[in-house]
Design a protein around this ligand. Sequence first.
Ligand SMILES: NC(=O)c1ccc[n+]([C@@H]2O[C@H](COP(=O)([O-])OP(=O)(O)OC[C@H]3O[C@@H](n4cnc5c(N)ncnc54)[C@H](O)[C@@H]3O)[C@@H](O)[C@H]2O)c1
Length: 369
Amino acid sequence: MIIGLPKEIKDNEYRVGLTPAGVRALTDANHKVVVEKNAGEGSGFDNELYQRAGATILDSADDVWAQGEMIVKVKEPIAPEYPRMREGQLLFTYLHLAPDNELTEQLLKRKVTGVAYETITDRRGTLPLLTPMSEVAGRMAIQVGAHYLEKMSGGRGILLGGVPGVPAARVVIIGGGVVGTNAAKMAVGLGARVTILDNNLDRLRQLDDIFRGTVQTWASSGAHLAEACKRADLLIGGVLIPGASAPKLVTREMVRSMKKGSVIVDVAIDQGGCVETAHATTHSDPVYEVDGVIHYCVANMPGAVPRTSTIALTNATLPYTRKLASEGFKKAISDPGLAEGVNVYDGKITYKAVADSQGREYTALDKLL
Ligand SMILES: NC(=O)c1ccc[n+]([C@@H]2O[C@H](COP(=O)([O-])OP(=O)(O)OC[C@H]3O[C@@H](n4cnc5c(N)ncnc54)[C@H](O)[C@@H]3O)[C@@H](O)[C@H]2O)c1
């Protein structure tokens, strides 16, 4: 199969769909990979590395899209990319179609086969291609939180780990899933006093086993959250109800009760945020203040560390890319988890939640094959 790797053109997007190592795995399996010139530049991978991995470098995005039978990307296509998509082309990327009427229309009109990273499931029913970005964001949440707790950044002027004779900062993490667990690992590593709240008691039991007493777990309820907010120096929001907007668990009142100069990092902001006073921010203007509390609510945190994120993403996507390339689309989707990723096929919406959220017709994939 000919696999096309275009450069990402969304604002401030420096990730790329495949690392040179990922390309090497595909060329070793006798596939041809065409890479747009400088596609990997933002992640620190130059053209020569891709060439050495067996790729052909092409000058323009048009050429890559024209030659690629499968296009591997990171972000959903945006307007300049629409005319490049063509009938029967396989597009493997994050699509986030539910809120994107225009992109859905384009994919349907052009009869593109759209396989979305974010809806692929594994045997455990989890979302293996979302997990790496949650790992990155969870770990980053503590780094950025520590930064904004510094006086020069407007924070309380405290060190997360304290020093001998001075107590460590209190980190409160709401949601003990992938984001929460990774945030906790970093916070514990820095010596902070960490509390995780979750409404799933089994998850709290697992966390208790994993962290062996180095974190406190607390069943999530309004009263416990209110108490935790008052104590927090750094509050991390990592709640998810799959497919739904995040519940506003931290109310305006709770934010008002927090210490001046404390910091909120609402990672769940990409689903609307779990803090009432949170609204999405960008890497170029990441924070604002409400009632003396610093809010960091960047919706694409992994974009700040494109090299780590690109490698983590390729690690997770490569087995699926290889399967699609080697077996072809129709055989590869006999894997039910991969079939879950198919959002659009032959001009029809094949993912129910996308159809429902746009009030469009849903067609089961197996009816079309
Ligand atoms: N901002 C970013 O750049 C970025 C990057 C990656 C992920 N995210 C987002 O971070 C959020 C968390 O992702 P994840 O992968 O950790 O999800 P996850 O499913 O692994 O974890 C979510 C946790 O929230 C818990 N939860 C649900 N309802 C709760 C409640 N009422 N009280 C307390 N806990 C509750 C669940 O039990 C679960 O343990 C998602 O919204 C995800 O999209 C954002």
